[in-house]
Ligand binder design. Structure first.
Ligand code: AMP
Length: 419
């Protein structure tokens, strides 16, 4: 069967690597590494029309939507209207990610644990609501902001200024109409992934991302500099609690509001002293968590996609290799700020005899030479019986890769490895 995968990052490379075992793949737009596994078809993932036209031309047996923007644009709805098979949530269901205002009100309606908040549509409302919050206070743009829409403010004045800059467009480039003020939570963050079919949420795995650019979790936020997944990240009891009290409650709530949720529900949790609380929902696979999780997934990923589309998740058994896996991002110098592209990459071939898989996040082929084409460039990934072994393999392999300005964190997994 032909499968069309929309997207062109490390997440899509990892999904295609897993899919390749059972399907013929077309990637749109794909990237320099995906090109070794799939035919790449150029497409603008910000244009609904372009993506719908491409699906019409390719006529795949299944379309898998990787990134959030096509989901928020309603690509799944358009393909469903044409009676085409597609994996992912509809536009209404994807609001769990595309609108923090929607997600917060939804969680309140369904008693899903999350931070206290206020929704503000004007600066006056921000000023009126701020006294309800102690500092630090979290200011969030409601819409999609590629990880840049959350600012932790140490004073009310700073929060007011941040909100003003979000409303005016000075901070994010686009003007925000809704801003969420949120209570600041403390604790360890865990990403929890569940497969949903509109009725059921089946847990896949937990992972931990490393958002800050610098070692020791310092410096500005990025799309993610590395991630790991281990059995021990959540106890079996906690996994069950989150499945029941967050994932299944969310699926039940969406079904009860006539916007059934199908696809991947990625729950960003803060394990606070008051218990787990939802920081955010994402409605697709995470990046770079997916790179790490794919190395552990033993169940055929096509079975996951089909169970979600067909409403058959209840009978699905998701098997993961026991142990651990991790991924470390090699990024362009300067990222997440300004960086240069087009730098020649050496040493990044996937060697069949190697225990390490290199997924491409931002690469391109220029005259048959692999070059950098993004802030995050490569996701060097390994699985092993334990996290330390997986990371040792990754860091040994990382030494053999180079491009001008390459930077990576040497402490991925530090929380799990500390004595
Ligand atoms: P989000 O996009 O909502 O997941 O936020 C991005 C990051 O900001 C999270 O991964 C957290 O590290 C941080 N964050 C978001 N909300 C809060 C909160 N209420 N309290 C503390 N940190 C937060």
């Amino acid at each position: 069967m032909k499968v069309l995968v929309i997207g062109g990052g490390g997440r899509e490379h990892a999904l295609i690597w897993a899919l390749k075992k059972s399907a013929e793949i077309v990637a749109a737009p794909g990237n320099g590494g995906i090109a070794a596994l799939a035919r790449c078809a150029p497409v603008d993932v910000n244009s609904l029309e372009a993506m719908v036209n491409l699906v019409a031309v390719e006529n795949p047996g299944l379309t898998v939507v990787g990134p959030e923007v096509p989901l928020a644009l309603g690509l799944v709805d358009e393909l469903q209207r044409r009676k085409l098979r597609v994996f992912g949530p509809t536009k209404a269901a994807a609001q769990l990610e595309s609108s923090k205002a929607f997600a917060k009100a939804f969680m309140q309606r369904h008693a899903i644990p999350t931070a206290e908040y206020a929704l503000c549509t004007t600066l006056d409302e921000v000023r009126a609501s701020l006294p309800r919050f102690t500092v630090p206070v979290v200011v969030k743009a409601s819409g999609l902001a590629a990880g840049k829409g959350v600012v932790i403010c140490n004073t009310h004045l700073e929060a007011e200024r941040t909100a003003a800059e979000m409303f005016s467009g000075a901070l994010l480039g686009s003007t925000e109409t809704e801003i969420v003020l949120e209570e600041f939570l403390t604790g360890e963050e865990v990403s929890f992934f569940a497969l949903c079919d509109g009725k059921r949420a089946i847990p896949i795995a937990a992972a931990q991302d490393h958002k800050r650019v610098g070692e020791g979790d310092t410096g500005p936020n990025t799309g993610g500099m590395g991630a790991y997944s281990t059995d021990g990240l959540l106890t079996p009891a906690m996994r069950q609690w989150v499945t029941h009290n967050v994932a299944q409650k969310t699926v039940d709530g969406m079904a009860s509001e006539s916007t059934p949720f199908k696809g991947i529900l990625f729950i960003g949790l803060m394990m606070t002293p008051r218990g787990p609380m939802v920081l955010e929902f994402n409605t697709r696979w995470g990046d770079p968590e997916t790179e790490a999780i794919m190395l552990r997934l033993e169940t055929d990923i096509l079975d996951l996609f089909n169970a979600s589309i067909d409403g058959a998740a209840e009978t699905l058994v998701i098997r993961l290799k026991p142990g651990a896996s991790a991924t470390v991002i090699a990024a362009s110098g300067g990222y997440p700020g300004k960086y240069a592209s087009g730098k020649t990459i050496t040493g990044a071939d996937n060697n069949a005899d190697d225990n390490v898989v290199i997924f491409h996040a931002g690469t391109a082929l220029k005259d048959n030479q692999l070059v950098t084409a993004g802030g995050r460039v490569l996701a060097v990934t390994a699985a092993a019986d334990d996290l330390k072994t997986a990371l040792d393999r990754i860091y040994a392999r990382m030494e053999t890769i180079s491009f001008e300005g390459m930077q990576y964190r040497r402490d991925i997994g530090w929380r799990a490895l500390k004595p």
